[in-house]
Design a protein around this ligand. Structure first.
Ligand code: ATP
Length: 306
């Protein structure tokens, strides 16, 4: 697999506090990499190091195979677009003026791509409206458009969905998917809410106390969130006999109120027969998935670091 970003044991220390503590992660080319961690886990710190806004105290990283200490790191960074913390927008300017200003900053004399970019992020019809009068979602999309001015193939977004209303979340999510699928942009997106990223991430890195505790594909996450069938029965003792007889030896958990969680995918007709044979009635059957947030908490614990 080809990786756009690889980090190796990255550390960032402030006096005695380690904001990053040996962070190792790999962002595959073409992925939408969900970088998930609680507030204060170190997400923004990592992003600031990658973008060259701060320097690591230990460890290293590579962008497109160029090491952070190599001379070529600046040109490798030119292939990155980033929105770190809040988007760098001039509130008194329109969307178009903001983009023109960004093109000037990065030394592109032509404004040819401005309208195309506004169209891409869904801000083509904002006309004379100043950025300060935009909704939070529009501002976020303008921030992404600004990050796209240099035509990057790697986009880094720090908590882009934070504070958005449901409509804003959908718009930003669809934009990210479009950039990834149609424009082949690899995206690193940080969040403290796994659920928000689950509709778009193809890969995940879970960060806790400055280190990545687990990297996995979206499919592996789905598999890890164990599916189970929740049964309500008339008689748990008889139900256990039926389950054992049907070969589900230790794949179930007895709960209160005649409930049983079965971690298997049984044939329901056969199960009903087996229960019937033991004189047990199957009252309700419901499918249950472990929530993504439940999985996240099981990885990084429920306490807060701030
Ligand atoms: P959030 O979602 O709250 O931004 P985060 O995962 O992005 O969280 P960081 O902003 O990377 O977390 O901060 C990681 C830790 O490093 C925090 O405990 C923060 O207080 C600390 N930290 C960040 N910058 C500094 C600094 N300049 N000096 C001292 N500590 C810092």
């Amino acid at each position: 697999m080809e990786y756009i970003l690889k980090t190796n044991g990255l550390c960032k220390q402030y006096k005695s506090f380690k904001a990053l503590n040996g962070l190792t992660m790999n962002v595959p080319k073409g992925s939408i990499y969900g970088f998930i961690g609680k507030n204060g886990a170190g997400k923004t710190t990592l992003i600031r190091l990658i973008c060259g806004l701060q320097f690591p105290t230990e460890g290293s990283f590579e962008i497109y195979g160029t090491k952070n200490t190599d001379a070529g790191i600046c040109s490798a960074r030119r292939r990155i677009g980033a929105v770190v913390e809040t988007p760098s927008i001039f509130p008194e300017m329109t969307a178009q003026e903001n983009l023109k200003h960004q093109f000037r900053i990065i030394g592109i004399p032509s404004f040819e791509k401005v309208d195309e970019l506004l169209e891409l992020v869904g801000l083509a019809d904002t006309g004379k409206k100043k950025a300060k009068d935009f909704s939070l979602g529009m501002r976020q999309r303008l921030g992404i458009a600004i990050a796209l001015c240099g035509d990057p193939d790697f986009l880094i977004l720090d908590e882009p969905i934070n504070g958005l209303d449901p409509q804003g979340i959908i718009e930003v999510r669809e934009l990210i998917l479009k950039l990834n699928r149609e424009n082949n942009i690899t995206v690193l997106i940080s969040s403290h809410i796994l659920d928000e990223l689950s509709k778009l991430a193809t890969h995940y890195g879970f960060i806790d106390k400055g280190a990545v505790v687990r990297e996995m594909s979206a499919q592996a996450l789905i598999d890890a969130c164990r599916k189970c069938i929740m049964l309500t029965v008339s008689d748990t003792e008889a139900a256990v006999k039926a389950l054992e007889k049907s070969g589900f030896n230790s794949e179930y958990k007895l709960l209160e109120n005649n409930r049983i969680d079965l971690y298997a995918q049984p044939n329901i007709t056969e199960l009903v027969h087996a229960f019937d044979e033991q004189g047990c009635e199957l009252i309700t059957v419901k499918e249950h998935d472990e929530t993504l947030e439940g999985f996240f908490i099981s990885l990084v614990g429920g306490d807060s670091h701030d």
